[in-house]
Design a protein around this ligand. Structure first.
Ligand SMILES: *[C@@H]1O[C@H](CO)[C@@H](O)[C@H](O)[C@H]1NC(C)=O
Length: 222
């Protein structure tokens, strides 16, 4: 009797653990070699493995520097399931980040992916901020060619080119669709706008300053 009870308990715990992992899972274990997405969502979402070809797993041109002549002085080229359909269900993506001298990849979040960054050229001052519960500790580092830095999933992070020359970095992200939320854009350029008195109280500034900020052109470097 006692043994039976233990068995039930073990089964229940195992089931609960499974339900828990399903409920919080994303970019799940693929269960097949691959599951190529199709570009036209109106037709069907997936393409059978027999119809897949090498081009579904191919992307070219990441050697080409991007145009950084924008107000931020940076340009992010993302390679994710949207433009490389073979990544579907595989839990990984990548980006090339170009920086003009003193260019900034502004404070942002990837809601679904941890990122690691490898610097190929230039000098980057990078950092991320921990959650409130951890005192919003700031971690920063100066990165030189060959250096790698990790930005944990969901934390605000940034990269600034502190050099007089262009900088280039590549990033790997632990999601086929990590997403990006640039903090300034989300706060000051939402559509429709957040009521100025909300932001005035939050940032402890005058409503006029908030309205001024909401009128600025908040660049999206992605
Ligand atoms: C990034 O560069 C490409 C080509 O170099 C350009 O077409 C694109 O508009 C640039 N994006 C931004 C956000 O500046």
């Amino acid at each position: 009797m006692q043994i039976m009870k233990t068995k039930y308990l073990v089964t229940t715990v195992a089931l609960l653990a499974l339900a828990y992992s399903l409920a919080f899972a994303y970019d799940p274990s693929p269960l097949q070699d691959f599951c190529v997405a199709v570009k036209d969502p109106a037709s069907a979402f997936l393409q059978g493995p027999k119809l897949a070809s090498a081009n579904d797993f191919f992307f070219l041109g990441l050697n080409v520097p991007r145009d950084t002549s924008n107000p931020l002085g940076s340009n992010v080229t993302t390679v994710n399931v949207d433009n490389l359909v073979g990544l579907n269900t595989l839990g990984i993506s990548l980006a090339r980040v170009d920086f003009a001298p003193y260019g900034l990849n502004p404070p942002h979040i990837h809601p679904r992916g941890t990122e690691f960054l490898i610097v190929l050229e230039g000098t980057l001052y990078v950092g991320f901020v921990m959650s409130n519960g951890d005192g919003n500790r700031l971690f920063t580092k100066m990165l030189y060619p060959g250096d790698v830095f990790v930005f944990p999933i969901g934390l605000i992070h940034f990269q600034l080119n502190v050099g007089k020359t262009n900088a280039v970095a590549f990033a790997g992200l632990s999601s086929q669709n990590p997403g990006v939320i640039i903090i300034a854009n989300a706060v000051f350029r939402s559509d429709p706008k957040i009521k100025p008195n909300v932001l005035a109280k939050d940032f402890q500034v005058d409503k006029n300053l908030v309205e001024h900020l909401q009128k600025q052109l908040w660049w999206d470097n992605n």
